[in-house]
Design a protein around this ligand. Structure first.
Ligand code: APR
Length: 177
């Protein structure tokens, strides 16, 4: 089992599932959400619209994940996960972000998927500090791999040099001395 850092556009990856940093409506947006919808094509939004609202305007609460097909993307599936908006750290942001990773890994295991790629959830529009988010991502992926066999490949996708350095630093710090 590996945790890899890869720098580039997540929509280019040929993996079993790519995770989208979505919002609770699941009706698309900018950032990686926009890129995934553009690359997948309009059927992705059509499927998202068909997902049930658990309350008006909310198809996926923060910290949870919903699965759809991937359509024109090379990946097999898209997991839409909603990260927390950073409000200074006192609003359960770390637990909610950790849940995005853990729930996505649990769903991948349940669907018997072997490779999963995550963007830096919440680190763009939602304002989560990069190094803190990278530490959460690495901690959840490492904890998962200590007790589970699949997914075998966990890829942390960096879209900038800064993100790449943050992930690599988090990985270095997580390795036993
Ligand atoms: N591939 C990989 N990573 C990407 C890509 C891409 N094509 N495009 C952007 N990113 C990175 C950003 O650089 C950032 O590090 O994804 C990370 C998450 O940023 P956002 O996409 O802004 O997501 P987030 O901060 O979670 O905010 C979610 O933004 O797009 C809307 O609908 C979305 O309302 C939701 C909010």
């Amino acid at each position: 089992m590996t945790i890899e850092v890869w720098q580039g556009d997540i929509t280019e990856l040929t993996v079993d599932v790519i995770v989208n940093a979505a919002n609770e409506s699941l009706l698309g947006g900018g950032g990686v959400d926009g890129a995934i919808h553009r690359a997948a094509g309009p059927q992705l939004l059509e499927e998202c619209r068909r997902l049930p609202e658990i309350r008006p305007g909310v198809r996926c609460p923060t910290g949870e994940v919903r699965a759809t097909a991937a359509y024109a993307l090379r990946a097999g599936h898209v997991f839409h996960s909603v990260g927390p908006v950073w409000r200074g750290g006192g609003n359960n942001e770390e637990v909610l972000l950790a849940n995005c990773y853990w729930q996505s890994l649990k769903l991948a295991e349940r669907m018997q998927l072997h490779s999963i790629a995550f963007p830096a959830i919440s680190c763009g529009v939602y304002g989560y500090p990069l190094q803190q988010a990278a530490r959460v991502a690495v901690a959840e992926a490492s904890a998962w791999q200590r007790t589970h066999a699949i997914p075998k490949r966990i890829i942390l996708v960096a879209y900038s040099d800064a993100s790449c350095k943050a992930y690599q630093r988090a990985l270095q710090n997580s390795r036993p001395a």
